[in-house]
Write a protein that binds this ligand. Structure first.
Ligand code: CP
Length: 320
């Protein structure tokens, strides 16, 4: 794997390989092997132009557990505020010896530009770009669903027939896009639920069915109900119902939580707006995998960094 830019073009074989290597990585952590020497001498740069808690810290933890050196760059407080371009910023970090660049950027397509422009030779991982994709989030979500469904040793298994319902601000969500493509590739059946104004115009081209009524979706007893954060900061052009109306019609409250099937899990990528898209009862319930997702994120990101920087076998023709 040369880069990880999206899940739309990730093959079934490559997706399973990442999930299986993540399972190996989790196994080493469970055996209390705190550090693997695999990436000793390599440098991973976390290049974050947008805020992050989970993704940035988990890439840092993943790189360190593989013995890589880590450079954390945050646009806030950097020369980006003086007008320095993405090209100059990336080339400066490359000159410091970056072998992999993990980038989060507000512009959809920025990671692909970095990977294909020839500005740098490092491998590029998309850590979330605009409203486009967030591939490692989808991979850790798929990993979490697989583990819950098939148990701790689920190597080689995909998600054929698993029913996943994604609820909320689909319009602005890179998490939803990455999940739809990856879950479809892995054989899951995906349903999207949102107010009509928060559904993207091109949704008919996505491999998912669309509902507007959360109660109808809950009654269908999905295996996983994934609640999305309402991105109030991106709600400039879209019509948004009042927060009260949203939480009444599309929020996961205690009543809907109790209507879910016995084995259904409740997911959220974080950060959560408690009381808006998800109630505290749901977020903290036994069904919730919110913190499990965070833990699994480290193993999945270890797998991605390992395959980018140390694993060359089985690479796709286009180098993805
Ligand atoms: N889920 C996620 O991307 O969280 P952060 O914005 O905290 O990284």
């Amino acid at each position: 794997m040369r880069h990880l830019l999206d899940t739309k073009t990730l093959s079934h074989a490559d997706a399973l390989r990442i999930l299986d290597v993540a399972e190996d990585m989790a196994g080493t952590q469970q055996r209390e092997v705190k550090k693997l020497p695999t990436l000793r001498g390599k440098t991973v740069v976390n290049l974050f132009f947008e805020d992050s808690t989970r993704t940035r810290i988990s890439f840092e933890a993943a790189a360190k557990r593989l013995s890589a050196d880590v450079i954390n760059f945050s646009a806030k407080g950097s020369s980006v505020s003086k007008g320095e371009s993405l090209q100059d910023t990336a080339q400066t970090l490359q000159a410091m010896g970056a072998d992999a660049v993990v980038i989060r950027h507000g512009a959809s397509g920025a990671p692909r530009t970095l990977a294909t422009s020839g500005w740098i030779s490092a491998g590029v991982v998309n850590a979330g770009d605009g409203t486009h994709e967030h591939p490692t989030q989808a991979l850790l979500d798929a990993y979490t669903i697989r583990k819950r469904r098939f148990g701790p040793d689920s190597r080689g298994r995909d998600l054929a027939g698993v029913r996943v319902t994604i609820v909320g601000d689909i319009l602005h969500s890179r998490v939803a896009r990455s999940n739809v493509w990856l879950l479809h590739t892995l054989g899951a059946e995906v349903t999207l639920v949102a107010p009509p104004t928060l559904v993207p115009q091109d949704v008919s081209l996505w491999p998912a069915r669309v509902l507007f009524d959360l109660d109808e979706a809950v009654a269908a007893a999905p295996d996983a109900l994934m609640m999305l954060r309402i991105q109030l900061e991106r709600m400039n052009a879209a019509y948004f119902p009042t927060e009260r109306e949203y939480s009444r019609r599309w929020g996961l409250d205690a009543g809907r939580l109790s209507s879910l099937g016995a084995d259904s899990i409740v997911m959220h990528p974080g950060p959560m707006n408690r009381g808006l898209e998800i109630s505290a009862e749901a977020a903290d319930s036994a069904r919730s995998t919110v913190l499990e997702q965070v833990t699994n994120g480290v193993s999945v990101r270890m797998a991605v960094l390992y395959l980018l920087l140390a694993g060359s076998a089985g690479e796709s023709e286009d180098g993805r």
